[in-house]
Design a binder for this molecule. Structure first.
Ligand code: SAH
Length: 249
């Protein structure tokens, strides 16, 4: 089943057991993938559902819903100060593969890049492609870039503290290692029945002292990712890897 081609579709394209394909999707299935009438493929709605489907002209017939179990048992929100250049593309791609739930790009005091509005669209497309490639059933949400302090209140506003852990990665200083702080008890849950972990990583120039203080006041614990100084693009990938290693059963 996993050998079948997969395409992402919007939930609104489902209508009574059929999928109404867009012109681009018809072109992709027919011309690029060379599927013919009656061939099967998997339609993913990016919200956790996969459907075994069969091509039928400009539509596809839904045959059955498939069970996918590639998601982590925890919900992970990554707050990441935008790195310079196209570095964020790589962060979105790798962290999607690693299982991130939500990415909140933030502008910190030392952020060098101020992204254009088209960037958000590009990042969302990269997340959808990476989710498809890594056979995830969810496409991570990419929020609009906001100032770090705004991001702190936004993310914190959505948390239930009983079921969440918040960490800010700080490159220098005597902080405990993230791997020694992470707890996966399997019993702390949010409304969707999941623990939430929020992790923040800084820009090339690092966080300012004030930013670390603000994060601490918002309930974040400063943590280390080891003795070496990682690049702004590497740090989120390492943090996510440690979380998946701890939480995946
Ligand atoms: N230029 C800064 C380092 C910035 S590294 C300096 O010399 O101090 C970019 C970001 O990656 C940091 O803000 C931090 O969030 C994360 N990071 C890099 N290495 C880390 C480490 N060893 N432990 C924790 N966080 C780290």
């Amino acid at each position: 089943m996993s050998q079948l081609q997969r395409i992402a579709i919007a939930p609104s394209q489902f209508q009574q057991g059929q999928i109404l394909l867009t012109k681009e999707q018809q072109h992709y299935l027919g011309r690029v993938l060379r599927l013919r009438e009656g061939d099967r493929f998997i339609a993913m709605d990016g919200k956790g559902k996969w459907w075994l489907s069969q091509l039928a002209g400009e539509q596809a017939q839904v045959l059955e819903q498939l069970l996918v179990e590639t998601e982590l048992p925890v919900s992970i929100t990554l707050m990441v100060a935008l790195p310079k250049g196209n570095g964020f593309d790589e962060v979105v791609r790798c962290c999607t593969e690693l299982g991130v739930t939500c990415i909140a790009p933030v502008l910190s005091d030392r952020t060098l890049l101020h992204p254009s509005p088209q960037k958000l669209e590009r990042w969302r497309r990269i997340a959808a492609e990476a989710a498809e490639q890594s056979e995830r059933s969810f496409v991570p949400t990419i929020l609009e870039p906001v100032a770090f302090n705004t991001g702190l209140s936004l993310v914190i506003g959505q948390l239930s503290f009983a079921s969440s852990q918040q960490y800010i990665c700080v490159a220098r200083g005597e902080f405990p290692h993230l791997k020694n702080c992470l707890q996966h008890k399997g019993q702390m849950t949010n409304d969707r029945g999941q623990e939430t972990i929020v992790i923040a990583t800084g820009p090339e120039g690092g966080w300012t002292t004030q930013e670390v203080e603000n994060a601490k006041s918002a309930g974040f614990q400063p943590v280390s990712l080891g003795r070496r100084i990682l690049r702004a693009v590497t740090a989120p990938v390492v943090a996510l890897s440690l979380i998946t290693a701890t939480c995946e059963v």
